[in-house]
Write a new protein. Structure first.
Ligand code: MTE
Ligand code: MO
Length: 301
């Protein structure tokens, strides 16, 4: 890869929350400028991204371990103990083991990424994440030649997660990516929002973000990452395979069986705001379309 993709906006472009940004967490603006030049079209052609307010991002959530209401996670997720935390990295890696969150943070370079976020339920936000590339973490563990997929697992703590006594999903929440998707420079592990530690309701302390896929792929509060040869099971696919596939790439041309995916409601834009058109691969087509060259995106939904 000739360049590492950086967000198309600099911290100075972010709304007033930028005042709180921890400058040390942000990659130098010279590098951000390079990313702007290198990434070219897609994002800029569609105009600057206007991030949602911190209050929207942290009060309107999906995190079913804390309840299925949009405001349940903000009310209940404080019960989750996020420190100390460790994530097991195992399977087809050279250095399997329990990686302490603190050690991971020592080793990784945290930067800001302002990404579109599109839920399969047809609402969207723009979120200024802080995080590091998943590829860097996987390389730290040493990906072996036979690995083709990456499986992820969320913590399962009935004492701290009031939602898991309901069999809404087959707990723990699990997700997966193809290895090339996991290694793509747009794929990050988020550890912050607006320069603050990521709130529990958003998946503290370590959560996946894959901006060209529907939000449910972005699994929260990860305790295990396993490199596998076979496609791993994923929670929503297990719950309803006809409605939720393994790929779940944002695609305005492939509708959900029960609703259209052609447009989306922008959270925080007001009760009477117009819906906006949903973009192919959520606006990241230029960066990721080649991953799916020759694939039937209707069959591989
Ligand atoms: N463990 C876990 N991860 C999860 C979910 C969940 O219920 N449990 N919900 C998913 C869905 S459907 C969405 S849209 C996003 C929501 O992320 P946000 O609350 O940070 O906006 O988290 C995803 N990750
Ligand atoms: Mo979602």
């Amino acid at each position: 890869m000739a360049y590492r993709w950086k967000n198309n906006l600099t911290p100075a472009d972010v709304t007033p929350e930028a005042a709180y940004l921890n400058r040390r967490q942000i990659i130098g603006s010279a590098v951000a400028g390079l990313g702007l030049a290198a990434v070219g079209g897609t994002a800029r052609a569609q105009g600057a991204l206007e991030p949602n307010r911190f209050e929207d991002i942290t009060s309107y959530n999906n995190y079913y371990e804390f309840g299925t209401g949009k405001d349940d996670p903000a009310r209940n997720a404080h019960m989750l103990t996020t420190s100390p935390w460790s994530a097991k990295i195992d399977g087809l890696v050279d250095r399997p083991g329990d990686y302490a969150f603190a050690d991971i943070m020592q080793a990784m370079t945290v930067e800001e990424r302002i990404y579109r976020f599109r839920c399969v339920e047809a609402w969207s936000m723009v979120i200024p994440w802080n995080g590091f590339e998943l590829a860097d973490l996987l390389q730290m563990a040493g990906v072996q030649a036979g690995a083709k997929y990456v499986a992820f697992e969320t913590a399962l703590r009935p004492d701290e997660m009031p939602g898991v006594r309901f069999p809404v999903l087959d707990w723990p929440y699990v997700e997966g990516l193809r290895l090339d998707e996991a290694m793509h420079p747009l794929t990050i592990m988020a550890t912050g929002i607006y320069g603050k530690d990521i709130p529990n309701q958003n998946g503290a302390p370590l959560r996946l973000v894959v901006p060209w896929k529907y939000g449910f792929k972005s699994i929260k509060s990860i305790v295990r990452i396993t490199l596998t040869e076979d496609e791993p099971p994923t929670s929503w696919n297990k719950a309803n395979p006809r409605e939720y596939g393994f790929y779940s790439n944002v695609n305005p041309e492939v509708d959900h069986p029960r609703w259209s995916q052609a447009s989306e409601r922008v959270v925080g834009s007001g009760l009477f705001a117009k819906r906006q058109p949903t973009l192919m691969f959520n606006g990241y087509e230029e960066e990721v379309a080649s991953l799916y060259a020759g694939m039937d995106l209707r069959a591989n939904y």
